[in-house]
Design a protein around this ligand. Structure first.
Ligand code: ATP
Length: 454
């Protein structure tokens, strides 16, 4: 946990992530991205979009509304059964997830997903699982709480209708299946992707942004024939894994975790887990969902979801392979993966975030060696900021300024010195190697573009 606390502190002090509603002592499990963090998260989202939409010939992006007709959630099963098994500690009144308590107690050797509420209660009693907060073992029975946030629509009380803040983005892709297919003249197999907010009324044990009540999902649904669905399921497992490697993840920090317990309609499901400082945890999921989602929407909406295959004239409801990853959970993994404390030859330690240059919040910093070089430095800033996010800093010793940029993972620092005034050359320092080379100002843009390409 050592590094986790340091990362949380760095995030706050360097404008990456702040506690939500900070001046009011916060609101549990809400976080705000600061000026540096918003760049990082946007770059991660762009890299995902590039991989799964831009470079994927048969995939199409959408941006569906957060609010959907409540029947959507009846069809998806969320109104009936999207809940966590929760129990309250009678002594300190905190609420906990029974499955999480069992997982922690058994150190992962027992899988609570395969247990009924009665079996979980029996386990907790038998193993004297106590409250992690106060240490007492005095629990209420398990109750299932629906995780969806609801609100009401309508100006007057009489006109109120219950509506939900979506708990996942996937339903936007399912209900738009035929809209996208027809408008884009798409042929099965094809994909629909979107990035957007989702909301879940979860009890969480902290752990920074790992599990929050408001978060962003990046989801991709691949619609395909049933007889090809397992092939695509395996392809998506690989694609999801390769995407993480492309962001610079160490393969030793990633592993597949196949699900033992499958939903009744599912043929296969797995997570990719990341070795967070809190242990191995789910980073994303790949789910083979059969034709469950489209069939349910056909049943509940009364509208046909049949696809007419133009080659075979067959009519069928396609199968779906879903790939789903939390943008915030991925951003947290990227932060953990990038964090490094490096011992230098002079005995000092520098904190450096080794972000892949393509997702680094700022690509380059412009640093005049002295304040009286700021006119020239601002000229350089103006040129570079046409192309990249550029940090400009003229306060403090050059060494301290390099350290600040290392801490937010800026891959390159451009230093303006007195020679710049004579020959238009600058020094460019590499974050990882700390090596410096000299380039002319005219060469800078092309040089940086190559370094930060994704
Ligand atoms: P978990 O088992 O961690 O609750 P899940 O299996 O319910 O996750 P999915 O419904 O498959 O998760 O959601 C897909 C992805 O969305 C997850 O892999 C995760 O990256 C992200 N995600 C889900 N819930 C949250 C949350 N409360 N906070 C942040 N990210 C989340």
């Amino acid at each position: 946990m050592g590094n986790f606390d340091k990362i949380v502190n760095l995030c706050k002090s360097r404008g990456i992530i702040f506690p939500g509603s900070d001046i009011y002592d916060g609101l549990a499990n809400t976080w705000d991205y600061g000026p540096v963090g918003v760049e990082l998260k946007n770059n991660i989202k762009r890299a995902w979009w590039k991989t799964f939409v831009q470079k994927s010939e048969n995939s199409f992006g959408i941006d569906a509304d957060i609010f959907m007709n409540s029947k959507v959630w009846d069809a998806s099963g969320h109104t009936a059964s999207f809940s966590d098994p929760k129990m309250d500690c009678k002594s300190c009144k905190t609420r906990h997830r029974a499955d999480n308590l069992i997982e922690a107690d058994s150190k992962g050797s027992v899988n609570p997903d395969t247990m009924t509420n009665e079996q979980m209660e029996a386990y907790i009693k038998e193993h004297h699982v106590c409250c992690p907060k106060c240490g007492k073992c005095d629990w209420t029975p398990i109750r299932n709480f629906n995780l969806m946030f609801s609100t009401s629509r309508g100006v007057t009380d009489e006109g109120q209708n219950l509506i939900y803040l979506r708990p996942e983005t996937a339903q936007g892709e399912f209900v738009n299946f035929l809209n996208v297919q027809r408008s884009m003249r798409a042929k099965v197999p094809f994909g629909i992707a979107q990035i957007g907010k989702a909301f879940r009324n979860e009890v969480t044990p902290g752990n920074f942004t790992f599990r929050t009540i408001e978060f962003e999902q990046m989801e991709h649904q691949w619609f395909c024939r049933a007889d090809e669905s397992m092939k695509y399921y395996n392809e998506f497992k690989q694609k999801a894994y390769d995407f993480l490697l492309s962001l610079g993840f160490n393969p030793e920090h990633l592993r597949f975790h196949d699900h033992d317990k499958l939903a009744h309609y599912a043929k296969a499901a797995c997570d990719i887990q990341y070795l967070y400082p809190i242990g191995w945890e789910e980073l994303n999921g790949i789910h083979h969902r059969g034709d469950w989602d489209l069939s349910r929407h056909q049943e509940f909406s009364g509208k046909s979801m049949l696809y007419l295959d133009p080659y075979t004239n067959e009519k069928y409801i396609p199968n779906v392979v879903e790939y789903s990853i939390g943008a915030d959970r991925l951003t947290l993994a990227v932060l953990c993966e990038a964090y490094d404390e490096e011992k230098l030859s002079d005995g000092e330690t520098r904190v450096v975030m080794h972000f892949h240059p393509s997702i680094a919040p700022y690509k380059v910093a412009v640093l005049p060696l002295q304040k009286n070089l700021s006119d020239k430095a601002r000229e350089v800033y103006k040129i570079l900021s046409n192309y990249f996010m550029v940090s400009y800093d003229e306060a403090g010793s050059i060494g301290k300024r390099y350290r600040r940029q290392d801490e937010i993972g800026t891959p390159m620092c451009v230093t303006i010195d007195f020679d710049t005034l004579n020959d238009n050359t600058v020094t460019i320092r590499d974050r990882d190697t700390m090596e410096q080379i000299r380039l002319t100002i005219n060469e800078l843009v092309d040089y940086i573009i190559k370094k930060v390409a994704y």
